[in-house]
Ligand binder design. Structure first.
Ligand code: ATP
Ligand code: MG
Length: 660
């Protein structure tokens, strides 16, 4: 524990009552969690298998595992749970699937598959907006712990009633598919733990809980925790109300103050020293967040020197901005001042990534976009994962439907509709119904042959999977069905085909690696499905420039940070301006500023293309909230902007210099 300050040490060693560590960014909250885990195990207060630490993202869980791994021997850490709420929920569910009307081998539906299911329940031709709205509504029911029956009973008008009916049908479908969606991974276990037998079992198993980013827990997550921790409150929660940025998704920062009501003996520890950022960065962050009203006062100070001014740069448009950022990155890298992986470009909205990506690629800068539309959205990956899911659980209808005619086997949509109707009538999954000879005989010959062929492949490969392990069986399967050749034929552009093939190779490699860590196929599929959530962490640790949204950056730190598009309408977002919800946007700005260790560059454009139209932009109001003494903002005083031509000339000159 050497190296911790007094408050941190107090937080680490406090076990008698529940503990809340409430502190600003970079003050070592997450560090307290890792140190505390190591300390509790070292001192034999709890065995590793009795402790669970819960993080907000897969990425954070991985990092925490690494940090704990450096502190205690592998053997002593065996059985320790460090995971997200979703994967903890999954472990609870899969121990008692019957208690929530599921069976062994249940699937986790990703957002796409859940969306497809919802679409089936809506009148044909329903627009995407409606599908999202319905999904949102279902999410909210689940977060509130409202089951379909209750939702129906509470409906105030026809619209409510219709929504509740769709919710009911959706849940019934999930049960018959032996599947759950992401929200169920929290809501169902919270409900399950109301059963005293199950609850006691889990409380005996997990005796101490630590929760990071507590300010962003949702109502359902709160219930889940409450059930696990019980009245004794063997728990450490760490959080920062100023970093609550998921209000739009149901997070409840009031869960922080709720802890005091739940546990009158709650101990609160505040941390005040920031270890992450240079002085000026911290000063700017403090000044910006001070503009929000505060329930808990926090002061942060730093022992680091003041560091450089925060650079605020004005650009003509987003191409110009992206070029400027690429140029900065090249200069730092080639000047030996930063590795690629020490630099990150952050932005408010996913669409901003495109322009930046383009410039990074053009300039040969290795990068990865995390948290955005991802690798997992590519067609070949979704097909590949559907094959994996249907192998493990042939009753997974959405996966079955996705791949039965991919590659094309002559089982078209008419045959599919007949199979679906038949399966419905006999109350079986598509797979089981498809095995039925009576049904097969009713189909035209080619379709029947295709169906038999497909079900045979599934049966055959489920066997091989048991015998040879998943990695090998999976590669053999893709080979056997000729998927890769088919994929390459689909694209006119051979480059695209090659890229898809590489993607699929990556997928197989990843599955192989995961397979080595997993005891069962079921666990592997669950890990794959959980990783395919919004924070894709496969590139963790690689030396690449990171591009991500502010939301995805929470909890992370980088030596050099660029915050792009600091404009009214973007950050703060127009929707939040219209709804008068600036405070959450300001917290996002605070999260962004506090990711930087040494240097921060903030930029905005004079014009930006949005929705196909060129719009003129104003610098974000948050820029004016930063003290003049810590920013270097030449154009604030009307200095000349650098033009796109200048930027290009600069890059060329720089490259020539470096290469020459
Ligand atoms: P955030 O609110 O952004 O999640 P945090 O409060 O969780 O931040 P950490 O990520 O735990 O902060 O710590 C920030 C940085 O400071 C890390 O690099 C961490 O290793 C370092 N740090 C924390 N405590 C100390 C300490 N006592 N001495 C030296 N470095 C420390
Ligand atoms: Mg943290």
């Amino acid at each position: 524990m050497s190296g911790l300050n007094d408050q941190q040490r107090a937080a680490v060693t406090h076990l008698d009552t529940p503990l809340l560590v409430l502190a600003g960014a970079g003050s070592g909250k997450t560090r307290v969690i890792t140190e505390k885990i190591a300390w509790m195990i070292d001192r034999d207060h709890y065995g590793a298998s009795e402790i669970a630490a819960i993080t907000f993202t897969n990425k954070a869980a991985k990092e925490m595992r690494q940090r704990v791994g450096q502190r205690i021997k592998r053997k002593r850490a065996e059985g320790l749970t460090i995971c997200t709420f979703h994967s903890l929920g999954w472990q609870i569910l899969r121990a008692d699937p019957e208690a929530c009307e599921r069976r062994k081998g249940m699937s986790i539906l990703d957002q796409h598959a859940a969306g497809d299911l919802v679409r089936e329940l809506l009148p044909s031709g329903a627009k995407n907006d409606l599908v999202y709205a319905v999904m949102n509504g279902i999410s909210r029911y689940k977060d509130a712990g409202l089951e379909p029956g209750h939702a129906l009973a509470q409906a105030r008008d026809d619209n409510d009633a219709r929504a509740a009916e769709i919710y009911r049908d959706y849940q019934q479908r999930l049960v018959s598919l032996n599947a759950v969606d992401f929200d169920d991974l929290i809501a169902l276990p919270a409900k399950l733990l109301e059963d005293p037998v199950i609850r006691t079992r889990w409380r005996r198993r997990l005796k101490y809980l630590l929760v990071d980013e507590y300010q962003d827990t949702s109502a359902a997550q709160y219930r889940l925790l409450r059930q696990l921790v019980g009245d004794v409150g063997a728990m450490t929660a760490v959080g920062d109300d100023d970093q609550s940025i998921y209000g739009w998704r149901g997070a409840r920062p009031e869960n922080l103050s709720g802890l005091k009501a739940d546990y009158p003996n709650l101990r609160v520890v505040k941390l005040e020293q920031n270890y992450r950022s240079a002085g000026k960065i911290l000063e700017a962050a403090n000044a910006v967040i001070a503009c929000n009203p505060h329930e808990f006062e926090k002061k942060l100070w730093s022992q680091h020197g003041p560091g450089e001014d925060i650079r605020v740069v004005e650009y003509a448009d987003d191409t110009d901005e992206s070029e400027g950022i690429a140029r900065d990155i090249l200069t730092l890298f080639h000047g030996g001042r930063a590795r690629w992986g020490e630099m990150a470009v952050l932005y408010r909205s996913n669409f901003q990534a495109r322009a930046i990506e383009l410039q990074l690629r053009e300039n040969g800068i290795p990068y990865v976009v995390s948290g955005g539309p991802s690798w997992f959205d590519a067609r070949e990956i979704r097909d590949g994962l559907a094959y994996l899911r249907v192998l493990a659980n042939p009753d997974d209808n959405p996966a079955f439907m996705r791949v039965i005619n991919t590659p094309r086997r002559g089982f078209g949509s008419t045959a599919m509709a007949r199979l679906a109707t038949y399966a419905d009538a006999v109350g079986k999954s598509l797979f089981e119904a498809g095995l039925d000879e009576l049904f097969q005989n009713e189909l035209p010959q080619p379709a029947a042959r295709a169906l038999r062929g497909f079900t045979n492949v599934l049966i055959d490969f489920s066997d091989r999977l048991e015998r040879n392990g998943i990695g090998e069986a999976y590669r053999e399967l893709l080979d056997h069905i000729g998927y890769i050749d088919w994929l390459i034929e689909q694209d006119d552009d051979p480059k695209k085909g090659e890229r898809r093939k590489r993607n699929l190779d990556d997928l197989a490699g990843w599955i192989e690696r995961l397979g080595e860590d997993c005891d069962s196929t079921e666990e592997l599929i669950a890990r794959v499905s959980l990783a395919a959530g919004p924070d894709d962490d496969r590139n963790e640790g690689a030396d690449l420039v990171r591009l991500m949204t502010l939301h995805a950056a929470k909890g992370l730190e980088f030596k050099h940070v660029w915050l792009a598009g600091c404009e009214e309408g973007l950050l703060p977002h127009q929707r939040s301006i219209d709804d008068d919800q600036i405070e959450e946007e300001r917290r996002l700005m605070y999260v962004g500023i506090t990711r930087a260790e040494r240097a921060l560059t903030i930029s905005y454009c004079q014009r930006r293309k949005r929705g196909g139209e060129m719009m003129s932009c104003e610098p974000s109001r948050f820029l004016d909230e930063m003290p003049e003494t810590v920013v270097d903002w030449p154009s604030r005083h009307g200095a000349k902007e650098t033009s796109s031509e200048d930027a290009k000339a600069n890059i060329a000159a720089l490259k020539a210099l470096l290469e020459g």
